[in-house]
Design a protein around this ligand. Structure first.
Ligand SMILES: Cc1ncc(COP(=O)(O)O)c(C=O)c1O
Length: 392
C-alpha cells in the first residue's frame, strides 16, 4: 500500500454512500430534496460580488498575498468584533485570516499538538473538529453530547474524570453543529475558569455567530475576561454572508497560538486572492442588513420544517440558532440506525438528510436537516415524509 498511516487513520467520507444513491435517483429523473450538506444555497450579496469583480480587474491585485491576510482585512475583522461584541483585538498579533475555518482548525491542530497529546472534542460535532486532531497525530478523547446534558460539554464531569495524560486542548463550538445547542456568556466564563485551572487551551469555533433567531444573541468566547490567555476563536464568513465558496475565516485571540498558526501557514500558503480579501473587507465594514436577512431566511425555513414535521407526527425542538434541525429518529425507526434511516428517507421520501452517526458515534439516533432548500421544496419534503411515516 502506498498510503501513509495518517491517511489510513481517516475513515471514508460519511456522506459518500448517500451522495452516490442521490445521483442515481436524480439520473432516473426523481426530484430529490437535499437537506444534506450545510452548504448555503443563496448567492453572496451583490455589493460584495461587485467589489470582487472591480478589484479582480486591477493588475496589481493578481500577485501573491500574505498568508496571514492583508492588514486591512485583519483590521476589518477587529472592527466587526468591536461592533458586535465590544471585544478589542490587535490586528497585528491577535488575528490571522484563514482559508476558511476548516483550514484554520486543521492547521491550528498541527501547529499546537504533538504526537499523543490529548485533545477533548465534543461528539457529535463538525467532523474536522475530530479529524484535525487525528491528522495531527493527537490522542482524541470524545466528550459525549447528549439530550440529557442539553448537548453541552459538562465541565464538572470532565473535572471528575481526571484524564491522564492531562488534556492539552479542548475544542468547542456553540451554536453547535449538528445538535443546534447554544450557550450563554456564563457558560464561556466557566470554560475560561476551567481552562485556567487545568492548563487547557481552548479552540472555539463560532461559525454560526449570526445565524440566530427569536432574539437570541450568540456570545463570543472572547468576551470573557482572560479568554485570550487560554484560547482562540474562529469566525467564518461562509454562513453569515453566504460566502462558503470564497474560503474566508479568521482565527483570533491568544497571541502564541496565532503566532504558531501563522508560522505554519507561512510555509504552506500565500493567503487568499487579493480581490477576495478586499471584498471581504467591504462585507465586514459595510451595513450588516444582509446578515440579518440571511438569518431571517433560515428562521422561516426552520419554522416551515419544524412546524410541518410536527403536524405529521415528528416532533423536534425548534433551535434558536444555526442552519440545522437535529431530529431524533421516530421511535419505530430508531433501531435501524441513522445511516439506514437516512437511506430510507432518500429512497422512500426523496429527501436527503445527514445521518447523525456521520458526526461521531454519539450522533447515533438522530439525523440532521440542513435548511438549504426553499420553503416550497421544504413543504414538498414534508408531504413525502408524511407518506413514509403513514405507510411504514
Ligand atoms: C462548526 C463549523 N465550523 C466551520 C465550518 C466551515 O467553515 P468554513 O467554510 O469557513 O471552512 C462549518 C461548516 O459547516 C461548521 O459547521
Amino acid at each position: 500500500m502506498i498510503d501513509s498511516n495518517r491517511i489510513k487513520r481517516l475513515p471514508p467520507y460519511s456522506l459518500g454512500k448517500i451522495k452516490g444513491i442521490m445521483s442515481e435517483q436524480r439520473a432516473k429523473g426523481i426530484d430529490v430534496i437535499d437537506f444534506g450538506m450545510g452548504n448555503p444555497d443563496k448567492p453572496t450579496p451583490a455589493y460584495i460580488v461587485d467589489k470582487l469583480c472591480e478589484v479582480a480587474r486591477d493588475p496589481k491585485a493578481h500577485r501573491y498575498s500574505v498568508s496571514k491576510g492583508m492588514l486591512n482585512l485583519r483590521k476589518a475583522m477587529a472592527h466587526r468584533y468591536k461592533e458586535d461584541f465590544n471585544v478589542d483585538l490587535d490586528p497585528e498579533s491577535e488575528i490571522i485570516a484563514t482559508i476558511g475555518a476548516k483550514e484554520g482548525i486543521s492547521h491550528l491542530a498541527m501547529a499546537m499538538i504533538d504526537e499523543g497529546d490529548v485533545v477533548l472534542v465534543p461528539n457529535p460535532t463538525y467532523p474536522i473538529h475530530l479529524y484535525s486532531v487525528v491528522i495531527a497525530g493527537g490522542n482524541l478523547v470524545s466528550i459525549p453530547l447528549t439530550k440529557e446534558n442539553g448537548f453541552k460539554v459538562d465541565l464538572e464531569k470532565i473535572r471528575k474524570n481526571n484524564f491522564w495524560p492531562k488534556p492539552k486542548m479542548m475544542v468547542l463550538s456553540y451554536p453547535q453543529n449538528p445538535t443546534t445547542a447554544s450557550v450563554d456568556l456564563k457558560y464561556f466564563e466557566d470554560v475560561v475558569a476551567f481552562a485556567k485551572e487545568n492548563d487547557i487551551l481552548i479552540v472555539h469555533d463560532l461559525a454560526y455567530k449570526d445565524l440566530v433567531f427569536d432574539g437570541y444573541k450568540a456570545p463570543s468566547f472572547l468576551q470573557v475576561k482572560g479568554a485570550k490567555d487560554v484560547g482562540v476563536e474562529l469566525f467564518s464568513m461562509s454562513k453569515s454572508y453566504n460566502m462558503p465558496g470564497w474560503r474566508v475565516a479568521f482565527c483570533m485571540g491568544n497571541k502564541e497560538m496565532i503566532a504558531n498558526l501563522a508560522k505554519l501557514k507561512s510555509y504552506m500558503d500565500y493567503g487568499m486572492f487579493i480581490p477576495i480579501q478586499v471584498a471581504a473587507i467591504t462585507a465586514l465594514r459595510g451595513p450588516q442588513d444582509c446578515v440579518k436577512e440571511i438569518a431571517e431566511t433560515y428562521r422561516k425555513r426552520r419554522d416551515v420544517l419544524v412546524d410541518g414535521l410536527a403536524k405529521v407526527g415528528w416532533t423536534i425542538p425548534k433551535p434558536n440558532s444555526t442552519m440545522f434541525i437535529w431530529a431524533e429518529i421516530p421511535e419505530k425507526f430508531k433501531a435501524m440506525g441513522s445511516q439506514a434511516f437516512a437511506q430510507k428517507l432518500l429512497l422512500e421520501a426523496d429527501t436527503v438528510v445527514s445521518a447523525g452517526v456521520g458526526f461521531g458515534e454519539y450522533g447515533e439516533g438522530y439525523v440532521r436537516f440542513a435548511l438549504i432548500e426553499n420553503e416550497d421544496r421544504t413543504r414538498q419534503a414534508i408531504r413525502n415524509i408524511k407518506k413514509l411515516l403513514e405507510n411504514s
